[in-house]
Design a protein around this ligand. Sequence first.
Ligand SMILES: Cc1ncc(C[n+]2csc(CCOP(=O)(O)OP(=O)(O)O)c2C)c(N)n1
Length: 327
Amino acid sequence: MAVEFDRERGLALLSLMIRSRIFEQKIEALFSSHEMHGTTHLAIGQEAVHAGVSPALDPADWIMTTHRCHGHTLAKGASIEAMLAEFFGLSSGLAKGLGGSMHLIDLDNHNAGSSAVVGSGVGLATGMALQLKRMDSENLVVAFFGDGASNRGIVHESMNMASIWDLPVLFLCEHNLYGMSSCAEEMVSVDSIAQRGSSYGIEGKSVDGNDVEIVYHAVQDAANFIRKKKRPFLLEVRTYRFSGHSKNDKRLYRTREEEEAWSKRDPLKLFSDRLIKRGHLTADVYEQMQKVEQDAIDQIAEQLIQQRNELSIEEASAFVYSDGGQR
Ligand SMILES: Cc1ncc(C[n+]2csc(CCOP(=O)(O)OP(=O)(O)O)c2C)c(N)n1
């Protein structure tokens, strides 16, 4: 039985979950008001995974994320400024303003980045794990992927290779029940994606991905296993994305009743209620924590919008053309 978080850790992780939720809501609002352009994939509802994975690792462990990467990037230590700047196309952004929402990279915080190509990060993370092993490092790589990506060849090839070469990689399947509009029940051949490890001799486990304490302890156990046994591990965390797949998704492939049922297991509600029950939090403090995050992001967004509006043509087109915008 996993140990309960103490007050300090509980509040720290709740605060990360709040940050992730408010960040995503702000992005949604900025897209709706046409202040932000391109596309985006929100992970509202998946905050227990964001706060439960990176904080359970050694800071020098690496992560490689997916197109739905905002919460993981924040939880691994990226600043809101650098993330929002990226979305606004500013050179102070995590990828110099050239990548946008799906391409966030933060090497200082051991985040090797994300890609729009579904499943591709799993191959890259496995390659990184090979290099860590060659360097005799004690660190590991977390390869995030979704239920949809779990059907891709690269994921299976990577698991096989990680197994035969004993690579320090944690395959972390964030199972949110859908890949775009495809329901995993109809698209995935097994009930639990954790079972897929057995084809490659990799141990696997499936846990409730809406409970941050469960996710945190499962990741800690998996990381200890990888370091001790020098073997990869597959962890499935089962969750639900409240948001649509991407901007403009009307969610016609699922019912409002299903969404309503999952909203009762909102990870923020589950965890804040639990902390209140334990006497680690009050409703007033919870409200205040949300206000602090909201005020901070509103202020940062306002400043960055102003910077974006004042960009010269030369600055806005730097790196777009091979002459570095000197035309
Ligand atoms: C190789 C590839 N095929 C298809 C797509 C289009 N696409 C973008 S996201 C997505 C669904 C991925 O589902 P899943 O892996 O479950 O992740 P989730 O979106 O649920 O987080 C698809 C098919 C893509 N980006 N890359």
